[in-house]
Design a protein around this ligand. Sequence first.
Ligand SMILES: Cc1ncc(COP(=O)(O)O)c(C=O)c1O
Length: 492
Amino acid sequence: MDPLSAYRAFLERHPAYATTTALDALRSADYARLDASGQAYLDYTGAGLYAESQLREHTALLTTHVFGNPHSASASSADTTGVVEDTRRAVLKYFNAPPDDYTAVFTPNATGALKLVGEAYPFAPGGRFVMTADNHNSVNGIREFATAAGAAVDYAPLTMPDLRIDRPRLEALLAAADATEDNLFAYPAQSNFSGVKHPLDIVAAAQARGFDVVLDAAAFVPTNRLDLTIVQPEFVAVSFYKMFGYPTGVGCLLVRKRALGKLVRPWFAGGTVNFATVQGRAHILAPLEAGFEDGTLNYLSIPAVAIGLRHLESIGIDTIQTRVTCLTDWLLGELLALAHSNGRPMVRIYGPATTASRGATITLNFYDPEGHLLDYRRVEELASACGISLRTGCFCNPGAGETAEGLTEGDIRAALDDTAGRDMTLPRFLQFVQHRGGKSAGAIRVSFGLVTTFTDVHRFLAFAGTLRDQAKLALGEATFDIASCRVIRDGS
Ligand SMILES: Cc1ncc(COP(=O)(O)O)c(C=O)c1O
C-alpha cells in the first residue's frame, strides 16, 4: 500500500493520532534535521532527540551568565548554585515528588544513580536482593555488591510469551525475606527489551514485605507520567537524555530522604563532606543529596535539564503517549500480518502482541521462508543503508533475551565452558548460542518517542516488506538497492 493510503487506513483505525498533530508541526519547526537528513530515527529507547529550541535556550543562558565552580561564595558561584538548585526543584516538581519526602541527587546517568544505591545499600547476611529477570545490566550489576556483602540474591522469572513478571513467583521470593533485615527489590517500570510496562503496584507490595524498592524508570519516563505521590519507591533512576535528548551526562536518583539515611557511602570525596581531616582521619558527610554528589557537578549541563523538562511539559506527556501507542499498535498488527508467499510468518515479536500494558518499544527477529533466522546484524546493515536507525543485539538486558529464546542455564553454562580460557566476547557467545539449536541471542529493536511520525514507522514496515521471500541473508551476501530500498539477490 502506498504511504498515503496506508496513512488514511491507519487514521481510521487510530483516530486518536489526529489529536497529536501538534507534534508534526513541532517536528518541522524544531527537529528539522531529521527530515533534512532523510533519517527515520527509531531508537528512542536508546536515546531521545533534542529540539533545536532547547539548544538555543541553553546557549542563551550560558552566554548571558558567568557560572563559576559552585563550591564557593562568590557571585559567579552563587549563580551556579542558583541554577542547580532551581533545576533540582524542577525535577522534583516534574515527577510530582513531595519535597519533604523526596530529594533528587544529580548523577552522570541512570547507571550512576543505580550504582549509588548498590554500593551504599546495607546488604548483609540474612538480607536479600531480589530482581526481575527483565532488567538492564546496570541493575543486574548491583548483585555484585549484594553478593560481596553476603546477602542472598534472587531473580523473579518472566512468563512466556509475554515476558511479564511471574507474579506468584515474585510474591514467593518477597514473602521469603526476613522483614527485620535490609532487603532490596529492583525492577524496571518499562522493559528496554520488550516494552512491557511492569505493574507499578509491585512497589507497595514489595514494601509491605519489608523491601526497599529501586524503580528503574529510564525507559518508562520518556513516554509515560511517573507521579511520585501515587507510586513511592525508595529509589528511582532516570537518564535525562532518554527523556529529551539533551543534555547527555546528567541523570538523577530520586530518593526518599528516609531511605537516603539508610545508605552507607563507601567513601567521601570533594563536594560530599562538610568536614574532613587528615591528622584526625575523620570526616563528616554533607547532609542529604550533597553527600552523594561526588566532586563538581556537571553544572553547565544541569540547567539544560530544566529547559528539557519545560519542553516536555509544553508538549504534554499524555500527547506523546497517545501518539506512540497508536503507532505501536499499528506496527504490531502489520508486522504480525507479514508472511512469505508460502504462508510462513516473517516476523517473531518478543513480548506482548498488543498495546495493553506495553510501551513503544518493539523487539523482533525476521525469518526466511524456511523459518531460518535472518541475521539481525545483516538486517541492521540493510536498514541503515535505507536511512533507518534501529537497534540490534541484546540491549544490555540479558535476562529478558534469555527468557524470550528459552535459553536455559545449561545453554549458558555450555557457552561459558566452550569459551573458557579464551576471551569471552559477545559475538563469540552469540555465535555459540545460535549454533546450539538455532536459538537467537540477539534481536532487532525499534522504539518510538516524542517526534516519531507515521512516515517513520511506515518506512520501517516498507523495509520489512522487502525481506519477503528472501532466503537466508548472510552478512555481505545480498546486495541492496538504496534508491528503491530493496533487497536484490545476487545475480537478480
Ligand atoms: C531500562 C534502562 N535502565 C538503565 C539504563 C542505563 O541508562 P544509562 O546508560 O543512561 O545509564 C537504560 C539504558 O538504555 C535502560 O534502558
